[in-house]
Design a protein around this ligand. Structure first.
Ligand code: FAD
Length: 319
């Protein structure tokens, strides 16, 4: 039976983030939110063109920073360098360069880091990297290299006063046998100088809350920024999740059933699910979000608008 419900202002926005915006005023709410976008370095001219189109669409959202991933091979190193250098020169973004310990000596890595600094990069996402032989193979530190990311953080701090972000794993890194090992490792990275941890992607807010409790219990007080995956290709997402030890809940998989040939619906669904996850995290106090964009602007732009970030772009352009 229909029941009468209290009436609200028809102009009031919907959703958790919109509610926060209504409470505090649009400006205050969106000013308190920080978003960062992650890109990967393009492989060829066509993908470089697509990346820069995405950058142009996302720039007005004024992200806190953007990051560019890094692969151990010589050509991908160069592409990361080229991409962050171009961002410094041609965009309003503050780029963070990812850097890994894989397959390089300390002096090679120190030189790469110094080159980043010299072109104006002030933020590094410092990582160990996956085994050169592939994910799932045994990791063997490079001869005369940095063995783990905590060693890399320590080394980077000696080169220049970089801002340093590191990884965190709400479902544990596959090589960490237990939670104590996982949290001890995060603590080592913080003690070495990291000031922000960006998480592996996850699907349920409770995975994040449980992890945050473990971090708090260990007395670690740097921001733990949830990393949110914007991959609308479910098959690819599942493959990646399985490799990284990330659980894809049954309810999430079921939502994508029958959509293999329907990319448009998968894209809309992904945007809607990420927006809901963001809303739940935001409702309970999270204000920093890292979006794995896969170099595409549509979903990143849509979920950033839910966060109210388009207001920031408008204000900037009206200054
Ligand atoms: C936000 C984010 C961004 C990423 N970007 C990239 C990228 O650009 N390029 C890329 O190749 N990969 C990237 N990765 C993937 C990452 O490189 C892999 O997950 C890799 O397997 C671990 O790197 P890490 O920095 O997390 O490792 P670490 O923090 O060094 O830890 C890795 C494992 O080693 C263990 N360990 C740490 N120290 C020791 C020690 N002293 N002795 C024994 N065991 C130890 C830890 O417990 C953990 O299980 C990214 C991951 C995340 C979450």
């Amino acid at each position: 039976m229909n029941a009468r419900l209290p009436h609200r202002d028809p102009n009031a926005p919907i959703g958790a983030i919109a509610r926060a915006a209504a409470q505090h005023g649009d400006r205050a709410a969106s000013d308190k939110v920080n978003v960062s976008f992650e890109f990967f370095p393009p492989k060829d001219d066509a993908s470089e063109q697509r990346l820069w189109e995405s950058i142009q669409k996302l720039e007005p959202l004024s992200p806190d920073f953007v990051s560019v991933t890094y692969g151990a091979g010589g050509s991908t190193r160069t592409r990361t360098h080229r991409t962050v250098e171009r961002m410094v020169k041609e965009s309003g973004f503050k780029p963070a360069a990812h850097l890994t310990c894989v397959d390089a000596t300390r002096s090679e890595i120190d030189k790469i880091a110094q080159d980043f600094w010299d072109v104006g990069v002030r933020h590094i996402v410092a990582l160990r990297g996956d085994p050169a032989a592939g994910i799932g193979q045994a990791y063997v530190p490079a001869a005369n290299g940095y063995a783990y990311s905590s060693d890399l953080v320590e080394g980077l701090k000696k080169i220049a006063d970089f801002e340093i972000s590191v990884s965190a794993y709400p479902e544990r890194h596959p090589e960490s046998g237990d939670w104590q090992t996982e949290i001890d490792n995060l603590k080592r990275k913080v003690d070495a100088g990291a000031t922000r941890a960006i998480t592996q992607f996850f699907f349920s807010p409770d995975v994040f809350w449980r992890f945050q409790d473990r971090v708090l219990d260990a007395g670690i007080d740097i921001p733990i920024v949830p990393g949110l995956m914007l991959q609308p290709n479910f098959k690819g997402l599942k493959r990646m999740a399985d490799m990284c030890g990330v659980c894809v809940p049954d309810w999430y998989a079921e939502l994508f059933e029958g959509l293999n040939k329907d990319a448009a619906t998968r894209t809309l669904l992904t945007a809607s699910l990420v927006s809901e996850l963001i809303a739940e995290l935001h409702d309970r106090g999270v204000r920093d979000f890292h979006l794995y964009t896969l170099n595409r602007a549509e979903i990143a732009s849509s979920v950033s608008r839910v966060l109210g970030l388009h207001h920031r772009g408008r204000r900037k352009s009206s200054l």
